[in-house]
Ligand binder design. Structure first.
Ligand code: NDP
Length: 247
């Protein structure tokens, strides 16, 4: 039985599919109150309803993480409805991989907007509340690609290196407020992430690889629960996990 999760109010971005959805289900099963954000409102509304039907507490708020006002509304709604925000799982992300010389510059912008600015928008939205509470936990999803570069991953990796950098800076700054920070770096996990790769050859190669070795998204839920469940005086700073078969 995992501890220190029951009753916590956990805001999750990117909860409409893949690892965010799996984490929401797992944490709700462990007794957390989950507040779900993503653009596909029908997905998060359906999940929130399922959680409530199973006796849990949940709320779904349509959220584009590139929009500061919408991320603030997501977090403020959690506080208005449930009285506090204990954890932010900054998980929304996109990965339209391609070699730099194909010059998919709009996709570079989108990755920077969602993967970096989206994470910063989440941090900005929760920090005032967590400072007031003198407690909180900010978990940012980076990647194994935030530690090493793969062919075609330069811009995506740059965004995930950035997530790790700003998480570590945040960790050092929020100590006075008793706020924990965790970076989670998944390896290959079977989700919808590869569907948004627009280069056919890159998508094919990645789908073959992840299809062969990828973990199920529930793996991420277990890792996040492990970090949250530690006693408040212990901060799991970073977790890297990957399929045993992954390089
Ligand atoms: P999915 O594509 O299944 O999930 C991505 C989630 O991000 C969706 O819920 C999507 O919701 C949300 N999202 C994308 N853009 C926005 C936006 N502008 N505003 C709000 N939400 C947004 O992929 P994963 O579950 O794999 O990805 C989750 C995280 O894990 C990402 O940060 C990804 O980079 C990271 N990661 C994934 C790995 C993998 O192998 N799968 C490996 C390492 C890291 P919606 O479209 O409804 O807005």
């Amino acid at each position: 039985m995992e501890s220190n999760i029951e009753g916590k109010v956990i805001v999750i971005t990117g909860a409409s599919s893949g690892m965010g959805e799996a984490a929401a289900k797992h944490l709700a099963n462990l007794g957390a109150v989950v507040v779900l954000g993503a653009r596909r409102f029908e997905n998060i509304e359906k999940l929130a309803k399922e959680i409530r039907e199973n006796g849990g507490k949940s709320l779904a708020i349509a959220t584009d993480v590139t929009r500061r006002d919408q991320v603030k509304k997501l977090v403020d709604s959690a506080v208005e409805t449930f009285g506090r925000v204990d954890v932010l799982l900054n998980n929304a992300g996109i990965m339209p991989l391609s070699p730099i010389d194909r010059l998919n510059m709009d996709e570079w912008d989108q990755m920077i907007d969602v993967n970096i600015k989206g994470v910063l928008n989440g941090i900005a939205a929760v920090l005032p509340h967590m400072k007031n509470q003198k407690s909180g936990h900010i978990i940012n999803t980076a990647s194994v690609a935030g530690h090493k570069i793969f062919s075609g991953s330069a811009v995506y990796s740059a965004t995930k290196f950035a997530v790790r950098a700003l998480s570590e800076g945040l960790r050092m700054e929020v100590k006075p407020y008793n706020i924990r920070t965790t970076i989670v770096c998944p390896g290959a996990v079977k989700t919808e992430l590869l569907e948004h790769i627009t280069e056919a050859d890159v998508q094919k190669a990645n789908k073959e690889y992840v299809g062969a070795v990828g973990l199920n998204p529930e793996s991420f839920g277990r890792v996040v629960a492990f970090a949250i469940s530690q006693p408040e005086d212990m901060d799991i700073n970073e977790i890297i996990f990957r399929p045993t078969a992954q390089e």
